[in-house]
Design a protein around this ligand. Structure first.
Ligand code: TXA
Ligand code: MG
Length: 356
């Protein structure tokens, strides 16, 4: 779709993509977070095609994308004051709100039978123009095969879904790099964070004027039976590279580096192909270690870089057939909460804790 050579190739691509969505085909498009795989949210056939293409469990509901707040009236029963304040502050942007759904408007496959629907307005000109042009709410999960790292480039989408989708609108690299923050206002008025993401807890706190609480399911072990996450998606292993990823955490950067170096050495001598994710501040601590794929997550003082690069780095490890991967960690503040959440899930919660 991205290869028109007429006067306004983007406009032509958007018209073609919008027409595909209207008739029930599935199309990938960029958002400010990650690429989404879009379907007309009113058409069950189209929504089922998304689940099939991704290999996604059918009990995991999709986010509905809109281009105008007026589209809300069609879909939701009501919008409480806190949700209203949050959407005024953060839309368009990486915040998804779970709201009570009106019956019989959206395909029941979008909400996986729940009485709520997750809605967001993406902050990307291509996404907004596509949704407006398609003139329908667009259900879109991340455009990866289920379990793979989310796509931040059109080429990532092709890697996973070529032959299974009608097209991609190529908008280059996405911005934020991790998915939207998913929240639901509780009956007691507090804001429950179901998934950390592009809008930070600090940003929510500044605007909401009510308590912000995080779902304990967010950090539960992926297949833990003791906690039922409120957001069905949180119970599945996600973002996993093919190699075995372990996080190494501790107060002393040099202690962490020493431990990582010895684990890398051991793995190399076992014949593993090794990978390492580090922050720039610590790179020089690893000059004595041998690693085949050394990847920078940028500076600890600018975690936007880690968020932006994380999924591409995990895919890069796969491309290089890395089998043994270690990663530094960052404080769970600001975007660090989302970065750590995705790293923990990618690692299947495997963490080595360095005691200081
Ligand atoms: O940034 C994003 O949010 C990206 C881009 C494409 O917009 N989309 C995305 O969609 O990450 P997906 O399907 O990969 O993740 C949707 C998350 C899942 O964790 C799902 O369980 C949760 O939102 N969710 C959807 N509907 C829900 C509902 N009614 N109640 C609670 N959680 C819901
Ligand atoms: Mg996803």
């Amino acid at each position: 779709i991205a290869e028109h050579t007429d006067n306004d190739p983007l406009q032509l691509a958007l018209e073609e993509a919008a027409a595909l969505l209207q008739r029930g085909d599935i199309v990938a498009f960029p958002t400010e977070t990650v690429y989404g795989l879009g379907a007309n949210a009113r058409m069950t056939e189209a929504v089922e095609a998304v689940f099939r293409a991704k290999g996604r469990p059918s009990d995991n509901p999709l986010i509905v994308h809109i281009a105008d707040v007026k589209q809300l009236d069609e879909m939701v029963v009501s919008v409480d004051n806190t949700s209203r304040r949050l959407m005024e502050a953060f839309w368009p942007g990486p915040l998804t709100l779970v709201l009570p759904v009106k019956p019989d408007v959206l395909s029941p496959r979008v909400t996986a039978g729940l009485d709520t629907v997750a809605i967001r307005m993406p902050d990307h000109p291509i996404a907004l123009r596509l949704i407006a042009r398609a003139n329908c709410p667009v259900a879109a999960p991340s455009a990866n095969r289920s379990g793979r790292p989310s796509p931040t480039l059109a080429s990532h989408v092709l890697e996973d879904l070529e032959g299974h989708i009608a097209g991609i609108v190529d908008g280059g690299a996405t911005g934020v790099g991790v998915e939207s923050t998913v929240v639901q206002v509780q009956p007691n008025g507090s804001v429950l964070v179901l998934r950390p993401g592009g809008i930070t807890l600090e940003q929510l706190r500044n605007v909401a004027g009510v308590d912000i609480v995080t779902d304990p399911g967010i950090t539960a072990a992926p297949h833990g039976e003791n906690q039922a996450p409120r957001s069905p998606g949180m119970k599945y292993t996600h973002y996993a590279p093919k190699g075995k990823l372990t996080l190494v955490q501790g107060d002393s950067p040099s202690g962490v580096a020493d431990l990582i170096t010895s684990h890398l050495k051991e793995a190399t001598s076992r014949g593993e192909k090794t990978g390492l994710l580090v922050f720039d501040e610590h790179v020089n601590l690893y000059c004595g270690s041998v690693v085949s794929s050394l990847q920078s997550m940028g500076s600890l003082s600018h975690l936007e870089t880690a968020a932006h690069r994380l999924y591409a780095i995990l895919r890069q490890m796969d491309d290089e057939d890395v089998t043994f991967i270690l990663s530094e960690t960052c404080p769970e503040e600001g975007l660090g909460a989302a970065v750590m959440n995705r790293l923990q899930k990618a690692a299947g919660m495997a963490v080595i804790q360095l005691n200081s």
